[in-house]
Design a protein around this ligand. Structure first.
Ligand SMILES: [Zn+2]
Length: 91
């Protein structure tokens, strides 16, 4: 399956976090690589979407929509940092 980049999940992440997250920085729990969300390798398939670390290919994010509710598993990330958003004031 061909990998997309993190921009493929930009809309889903806005639904979940309420802000633009592709420029957020994530730290892989597996190898410690620090990458922007836009750099992740994304595999879109039903029922879930998987984002992998481009360095070690560990799964860092799993997104699924279950009965209309967005579920996000971030257990593959040690840290996820988003810049302060001037629009929402979040983070
Ligand atoms: Zn990694």
């Amino acid at each position: 399956m061909e990998a997309l980049d993190g921009n493929a999940i930009a809309g889903r992440l806005v639904e979940v976090f309420g802000i633009e997250m592709t420029t957020a920085t994530g730290v892989c729990a597996g190898c410690g690589a620090r990458r922007q969300v836009a750099e992740l390798m994304v595999y879109v398939r039903a029922p879930g979407t998987v984002a992998r670390c481009p360095t070690c290919e560990a799964v860092v994010m799993v997104l699924a929509k279950i009965r209309g509710i967005n579920c996000v598993d971030l257990r593959g990330l040690k840290l996820l940092e988003a810049a302060e958003s001037p629009e929402t004031g979040l983070f």
